[in-house]
Design a binder for this molecule. Structure first.
Ligand SMILES: [Zn+2]
Length: 254
C-alpha cells in the first residue's frame, strides 16, 4: 500500500464516515416510521417511509455539500470532495439516494455491493482514487479538508436532536397506547362504519372481532384474511397483527 499522502484520507477514515452515514440514514428512517405510525393523518404514507427518509437525508446532504463540499458524516471526519460544479452534487444525490427508491429488487443491490467491494479493494491496495462506484462514475474524490469546517459540532448536535426526538416518541408510546384508542379517526370515510356492519364485507358481523390496535370491529374471517396480507387495520391503516384480534362477546338484544 502506498504511503498515505496529506490529501488522501486513510481507509479507516473513509469506512468510518461510510458507517456514520449509514447510521444517520437508519435513525432518520426509524424516526420517520414512528412519526408516520403515531400520527393518524399520516398513516396512509407509512408505506413510503423509505422514500421520505431518503429525501430528508438527500436534503441534509445537499445543504452540507453546498456549504462545505462534504456530507455531514464526511465533515465529521474532516473530509470533503473535489467537487467543481453543483450538477455534480445533484448527480451524486440522485444516484445515492433517489435511484435506490425506484430500484428495489435485490439483484441491483447485490451488484452494487460487489462493485463497492471491488472499488474499495482498488482504493486500499492499488492506489485507485475512488472508494465507491458512485464516486467513480462522477469522478469525485474524497480528500482531507484544508481548512477544518466547524460542522463536527453541528453533526453531534443533529445526532443528539435525533436521539431526543426518538426518546420522546418511544417513551410516550406505552402510556398513550390505550388512551389513544378513543381518538383514532378513520382516514377513509366509509358509509358502513358505525352502522353495525363489517367494514370489509359490509354485511352483518359474523363472529365479531375487534382490533386492539384501533378499536374497530370486523367479522373474524374478514379481518384475519386482511391482516395476513396487509398487517394493518383496514379502517385506520394502523399497523396490526393477528395478536391484536380480540373476540367480542355481545349480550342478547344488543
Ligand atoms: Zn365481514
Amino acid at each position: 500500500m502506498d504511503a498515505i499522502t496529506d490529501s488522501k484520507p486513510s481507509f479507516y477514515e473513509i469506512t468510518m464516515q461510510d458507517r456514520l452515514n449509514d447510521m444517520l440514514w437508519q435513525s432518520v428512517r426509524h424516526l420517520v416510521s414512528i412519526l408516520l405510525d403515531k400520527t393518524p393523518s399520516l398513516t396512509p404514507f407509512r408505506y413510503y417511509s423509505y422514500e421520505i427518509s431518503s429525501i430528508l437525508c438527500a436534503l441534509l446532504d445537499l445543504y452540507s455539500l453546498l456549504t462545505t463540499k462534504g456530507t455531514f458524516s464526511e465533515n465529521f471526519y474532516s473530509l470533503c470532495r473535489n467537487i467543481t460544479s453543483k450538477s455534480s452534487i445533484f448527480s451524486y444525490l440522485f444516484i445515492h439516494y433517489l435511484l435506490p427508491c425506484f430500484i428495489k429488487f435485490p439483484l441491483p443491490g447485490q451488484i452494487y455491493s460487489f462493485l463497492k467491494g471491488l472499488t474499495m479493494l482498488g482504493f486500499l491496495y492499488f492506489n485507485y482514487n475512488y472508494y465507491s462506484p458512485e464516486f467513480a462514475i462522477l469522478k469525485q474524490e474524497l480528500i482531507r479538508q484544508k481548512t477544518r469546517y466547524r460542522m463536527g459540532t453541528a453533526f453531534i448536535g443533529l445526532l443528539l436532536l435525533l436521539k431526543a426526538v426518538e426518546v420522546f416518541f418511544t417513551s410516550k408510546k406505552g402510556v398513550s397506547e390505550v388512551m389513544a384508542l378513543d381518538n383514532i379517526q378513520p382516514p377513509y370515510k366509509d358509509s358502513v362504519i358505525g352502522k353495525g356492519l363489517c367494514p370489509i364485507c359490509k354485511e352483518k358481523f359474523v363472529n365479531p372481532t375487534a382490533l386492539s390496535s384501533s378499536g374497530y370491529v370486523f367479522c373474524y374471517t374478514c379481518i384475519r384474511q386482511h391482516l395476513q396480507v396487509y398487517s394493518a387495520c383496514p379502517v385506520t391503516n394502523i399497523r396490526s397483527s393477528l395478536r391484536n384480534m380480540r373476540k367480542i362477546h355481545m349480550h342478547e338484544g344488543v
